[in-house]
Design a protein. Structure first.
Ligand SMILES: Cc1cc2nc3c(=O)[nH]c(=O)nc-3n(C[C@H](O)[C@H](O)[C@H](O)COP(=O)(O)OP(=O)(O)OC[C@H]3O[C@@H](n4cnc5c(N)ncnc54)[C@H](O)[C@@H]3O)c2cc1C
Length: 400
């Protein structure tokens, strides 16, 4: 016994790790929150990531599309802030975002979609997206001559919509945050959250406990599990989304916008030498399914060839196609802000397919809420989790 005590007296004493804010998840959203907290002077921040590298969640699977063409004011406002931010990202953050303002072109084939696009366009202009324009079938053909337009009635085009490199944006946010003092622990799984008197006390991880009063849940499609660890409910469900790149294809222009065929939801853009094909299968059911289903290729190619006949000649290698997870909420809007029953727990979840494009705004709003309790960027209460119980759901119909 005496020799044991002697040994212990020489072991280094390691106090429990502490942080002012713990962010769970280092994808594009957690990284943006870390950056925006640091920008506002809060640098005693620890980001926890269970993977050995950043970007293994949905961020690394994204199509990288950014657009202001949404239906609801709050999504338009978040896009406006975010796209303006992407345009100056390289200068402000000091790392490249690879923002390409190639535009988004929505094409309507019936009167209902036409009226819907016109209504959205007016709302977008009201909220400061002044460059979105109405476009005729003749002008659509000038942009993508290979498009079949015999049933297209018109569309909307916004030239500042476009694409970013999600991995690069995520790394830029995190590298900048780390330069300010934020810590990132990779290979560290959050295994539990201790709550005392309805307040956050400790985050338990595979690397030991971390004492903190504030936790930001940025765990993407896994966010409901994290909320559950603290005894909170979060209506976020994973939904598989699949993308198919073609082999090099030069029968479409080198540069053209994201084109959305509203009759089927099929959309596509250029990705390097090939074309990236996307379509939301309405038969997909919720679950943590990340395997690519090869039967999807025939379905998507049917929609592709119907709208862009030359795409029937595009080669596809199923091994280059991939699947990832959307984090869906019941009203397809993100959930921001404090958990009602656990003081110190904040959500920034449920982007329903828009987490990359809204990452600048969501990081800014979350930093504002954590540090000041409110944000001037948007009325964040609209996006609080309590909206579901209080019957304040929003409905975003411009989902891709
Ligand atoms: C195929 C596809 C295409 C998409 N296209 C677009 C698009 O064009 N534009 C757009 O804006 N959005 C798009 N999205 C959506 C976008 O990718 C997501 O909304 C966004 O990446 C969410 O970022 P995140 O940081 O919240 O989540 P993630 O990137 O998933 O990060 C969450 C992180 O939390 C970590 N984590 C989870 N649980 C734990 C735990 N217990 N302990 C520690 N760490 C944990 C995970 O490992 C992960 O790294 C697309 C998504 C998919 C799948």
């Amino acid at each position: 016994m005496a020799s044991l005590l002697f040994l212990f007296s020489f072991l280094p004493f390691r106090p429990m790790e502490t942080a002012d804010v713990v962010i769970i998840g280092s994808g594009i959203v957690g990284s943006s929150v870390a950056y925006h907290l640091a920008q506002q002077g809060c640098t005693n921040v620890l980001v926890l990531e269970r993977e050995a590298h950043q970007g293994k969640g949905s961020t690394g699977k994204s199509m990288g599309g950014v657009r202001a063409q949404f239906a609801t004011p709050v999504n338009i406002q978040m896009s406006k802030y975010s796209i303006d931010f992407f345009a100056k990202f390289d200068e402000v953050v000091g790392h490249p975002a690879d923002y390409r303002a190639h535009g988004y072109l929505f094409c309507a084939t019936n009167d209902k979609h036409l009226a819907y696009l016109k209504g959205n366009m007016e709302r977008q202009q009201t909220f400061g997206v002044t460059n979105v324009e109405w476009i005729s079938p003749d002008d659509i053909v000038k942009i993508v001559p290979q498009l079949r337009v015999d049933d297209i009635l018109g569309g909307t085009f916004c030239p500042t919509d476009g694409f970013v490199d999600p991995h690069s944006v995520m790394m830029g946010f995190m590298l900048n945050a780390r330069e300010q003092g934020v810590r990132l622990w990779l290979d560290t799984e959050v295994t539990g959250i201790e709550v005392e008197n309805d307040r956050i006390k400790t985050v338990n991880t595979s690397r030991g406990p971390v004492s903190t009063k504030t936790v930001v849940n940025a765990a993407g499609a896994w966010a409901a599990q994290i909320a559950g660890m603290a005894g909170a409910e979060l209506p976020v469900e994973p939904l598989r989304r699949q993308l198919v790149p073609t082999e090099p294809f030069d029968q479409l222009p080198q540069r053209f916008p994201m084109v959305i065929d509203m009759s089927t939801g099929f959309h596509f853009r250029r990705e390097g030498k090939g074309i990236l094909l996307a379509w939301n299968d309405p038969k997909e059911t919720p679950g943590f399914k990340t395997e690519f289903d090869t039967s999807f290729i025939e379905k998507i190619l049917t929609h592709a060839a119907s709208r862009v006949p030359v795409l029937a000649e595009a080669g596809v290698n199923p091994r280059r196609a991939w699947a990832g997870l959307y984090e869906m909420t019941p009203d397809h809007h993100a959930i921001f802000g404090p958990a009602p029953n656990v003081a110190g727990l904040y959500f920034v979840n449920g982007f329903s397919g828009h987490g990359v494009m809204h990452s600048p705004a969501s990081g800014r709003v979350t930093a504002d809420l954590v540090l000041k309790g409110k944000s001037e960027l948007i009325d964040a209460h609209q996006l609080s989790v309590t909206r579901f119980a209080e019957g304040r759901s929003l409905e975003e119909t411009a989902i891709l």
